[in-house]
Design a protein around this ligand. Structure first.
Ligand code: CUK
Ligand code: CUA
Length: 760
């Protein structure tokens, strides 16, 4: 296999060298020599290089770590495509600077306060029958226990919810196989009541862990707090979770560490947490029947309401037989259910093995009520031997496991060894190891946590990059390393620095499953997907004043903002609604008002609003922040904030420029010449079957719109010329030309597109 690939590369090399021999430019061979590349390098390059305009086979959604954002990148090219604002304001997208997104962020306020960052760990893609369906994305915030919902139709954050009872969390976001629930497990035990103090001496009695099952309403695309519930858990440090699938669907599994329930305090001479929390040889995996729990939680008898949230107390969970524990070796971290749903793989950070538990054996023990003991809270403990399928020695510091499209093949990250281990979970056999750089946390294979992994590539999420990149100061980027797993031996292909926080986990999806929109239906509030009450169509723009409240209903289209002047009085509360009337792909306009800390990104069809109190008199330019067209810089206007009681002088007029008849005639000539270009472009477009391309049809609509406006401007410049007002005549003729330029610009885009597609 590998030999073949190298041979193919060599042939490719020869062809390229042969073809390039005639020209003076550097040949491939020259470059290989100059840059000191090996055959392996060339092979890796050929596997990742994506020619201009090329697409990736997979898209990866990465946690943005402490940035509180999400990142999107392509695999195998490893090109970053987007940062998405989630828990943290993101100026480019206007996230946190326009009113609609502020509402989303406000959902994440805790105890009445804004939290403007997040410690994001685990993204999860919505699933249908255990497979990614490409519709929604969820991600957690460990520090401020929250979950966010993103819609993959527009890659925007739609909702942030705060966990009602936790003070920190880690075991989220993990979805059940049909995204009935999004799982979120706590990390550091705390009193569940909000803003309630209990001394550390009451740790065992008053501190608790928990796991929340957030009900997801797929129709609405939202988590529903009133249909969600939690299970009270012992004050162990619950860690990661995973949902059962296929045969184990209906159950979920959550790790824990520090089941010692150790409380540190080196200030008082006690040994530190790290010693006390890893003293025992085993911790507990929590095994939970979530489907039955969801039924039980509906009955008021079975729940305690804490902070307006339904919580199943431990006694009830024990009585109803929905909560069990199984010992797992030592300070475990990852828990991952195999694609067939039959096994649960646990890796102990301080153990060299991975432990593979059998779901069938667990169920047999439950059915026979075969327990080796109870924990201090009375939860039945299933013996490790009764539940284990196998254990495999992999190396030092095993953490997380992902799966291949090939039967029984798994990959586990080895943090201490800085390696990836490939092994067989059915037979319990180590197959291959690959050194990576350095200290790997999670790893990710394509759709590798679903029932149908796609194999092909693995990404190692390395905590440290040490010496892999040009130094950029003491704070280094993280390093995501791309690995080819299509052959028996793993091959390292590419290093990608991640410049935005420490991403913990990434999910990779077949790009063909994603169907993102190119534009919104005109007047859409993108955060709610509803029609925006502030939308207006062309010609309907208006300013509405109500006491000291001023509402501006405006539009954006190349290259102007309507209205072009906004006049208010000092102290007015100003809301500016803006609708982008464009239909053309990628014709986004931005909007800001100088010094009022507002910004919006207005993609085609979107309606947004910015709001501020005009609390200082003065003149504040507003303008479009995206270089959207040749006259982008002229896409401007003025906010005039007049002092209270200010009156204009009766004789004041705007300065005139003294245009002449010659200026007017020159402008008319420019209009005629431009029309010739437009006719040519239109001639080409209509000579091919452009209607077969919806993208072009949309562009043509936009262009026709622009040209449609020339009639009015033409009538105005002719009337002005008739009365020899050369100033007005020339400027209205210029406006005709502006419309033409925009139409021509759109037309040329359509033409290029058709030519590239080879339209006939
Ligand atoms: S965690 Cu960071 S390496 Cu939050 Cu999933 Cu394991
Ligand atoms: Cu619109 Cu620049």
């Amino acid at each position: 296999m590998k030999g073949l690939a190298i041979k193919a590369t060599a042939t490719l090399l020869a062809t390229v060298i042969g073809a390039g021999a005639a020209c003076a430019a550097e040949s491939l061979q020259d470059v290989v020599k100059r840059r000191n590349l090996t055959q392996q390098d060339l092979l890796a390059a050929a596997k990742t290089y994506t020619p201009s305009g090329g697409r990736d086979e997979f898209l990866a959604f990465s946690s943005g770590g402490q940035s509180g954002q999400m990142l999107v990148y392509g695999v195998p090219s490893m090109r970053i495509l987007k940062y998405i604002g989630v828990f943290t304001p993101e100026p480019w997208q206007g996230y946190g600077y326009d009113e609609e997104s502020k509402k989303v962020l406000a959902g994440g306020r805790i105890d009445g306060k804004d939290i403007t960052w997040g410690d994001t760990h685990h993204p999860a893609i919505s699933e249908t029958n255990g497979e990614y369906d490409g519709q929604f994305l969820f991600i957690n915030d460990k520090s401020n226990p929250r979950l966010a919902v993103l819609d993959l139709r527009d890659f925007e954050t739609k909702q942030i919810v705060v966990n009602p009872i936790m003070k920190s969390e880690h075991g989220g976001a993990f979805v059940t196989p049909n995204t009935e629930y999004v799982i979120e497990a706590s990390q550091y035990a705390s009193p569940l009541e909000n803003q309630k103090f209990h001394p550390l001496e009451e740790f065992n009695e008053k501190y608790r862990g928990a796991i929340t099952y957030w009900k997801f309403d797929r129709e609405a695309g939202l988590l529903k707090a009133d249909q969600s519930f939690s299970l009270e858990l012992p004050p162990y440090s619950q860690d990661l979770s995973d949902a059962g699938k296929l045969g184990s669907d209906g159950w979920s599994f959550t790790n824990s560490f520090c089941t010692e329930r150790y409380v540190g305090g080196i200030e008082k001479g006690r040994p530190p947490y790290e010693a006390g929390c890893s003293a025992k040889d085993t911790d507990y995996m929590h095994v939970i029947n979530w489907r039955k729990a969801a039924e039980i939680a509906k009955d008021d008898k079975n729940v305690k309401v804490i902070n307006d949230h339904r919580v199943i107390p431990m006694e009830v969970a024990i009585r109803e037989g929905i909560l069990f524990l199984i010992p797992e070796p030592k300070s475990p971290h990852g828990v991952d259910v195999t694609p067939d749903g039959k096994y649960i793989v646990v890796a102990g950070k301080l153990d060299t093995h991975v432990s593979v538990y059998s779901f069938d054996k667990i169920m047999a023990a439950v059915k026979a009520q075969r327990f080796e003991s109870k924990d201090p809270y009375g939860i039945p403990v299933i013996g490790m031997k009764d539940a284990l399928h196998t254990q495999v020695q992999l190396g030092l510091g095993p953490l997380h496991t992902q799966f291949d499209s090939k039967q029984c093949i798994a990959y586990t990250s080895l943090y201490v060894d800085s390696m990836v281990a490939k092994w067989n979970f059915c037979e319990g056999k180590l197959l291959d190891k690959l050194a990576i750089h350095y200290n790997i946390g999670h790893l990710m294979t394509m759709e590798g946590d679903t029932t149908k992994p796609k194999g092909k590539y693995l990404v190692a999420l390395n905590k440290l990059s040490i010496d892999r990149f040009n130094p950029v100061g003491p704070l280094h980027p993280q390093n995501h390393q791309l690995i080819d797993i299509s052959n028996d031996k793993m091959q390292l292909l590419y290093d990608m620095p991640l410049p935005l926080g420490e991403p913990h986990y990434v999910v990779g999806i077949d790009a063909s499953k994603l169907k993102p929109a190119v534009r919104y239906k005109v007047g859409t509030n993108s955060r709610t997907d509803e029609q925006h009450p502030g939308k207006v169509r062309a010609g309907e723009e208006k300013v509405v004043r109500n006491g000291n409240k001023v509402e501006v209903y405006g539009t954006l289209i190349r290259s102007h903002i309507t209205p072009e002047t906004i006049e208010v009085e000092q102290g007015d509360e100003v809301t500016i609604f803006l609708t982008n009337l464009e239909r053309a792909q990628d014709e986004t306009h931005g909007f800001t008002v100088s010094t009022y800390n507002v910004h919006a990104s207005v993609e085609p069809g979107k309606t947004v609003s910015v709001k501020f109190t005009a609390d200082k008199e003065g003149v504040y330019p507003y303008y479009c922040t995206e270089f959207c067209s040749a006259l982008h810089l002229e896409m401007q206007g003025y906010l005039l904030v007049k002092p209270k009681g200010w009156k204009p002088s009766a004789t004041a007029t705007l300065a005139a420029a003294n245009y002449t008849e010659t200026d007017y005639k020159n402008t008319l000539k420019k209009v005629v010449d431009t029309q010739a270009v437009i006719d040519q472009v239109v001639g080409y477009i209509t000579s091919v079957n452009y209607k077969a391309y919806p993208e072009v049809a949309a562009l043509m609509e936009d262009a026709t719109d622009q040209l449609g406006k020339t009639a009015d401007a033409k009538a105005k410049h002719e009337a002005a010329a008739a009365r020899q007002d050369w100033e007005q005549a020339n400027l209205w003729a210029e406006q005709v030309w502006q419309y033409q330029v925009k139409a021509a610009d759109i037309g040329l885009r359509a033409k290029t597109f058709l030519e590239q597609k080879g339209a006939k």
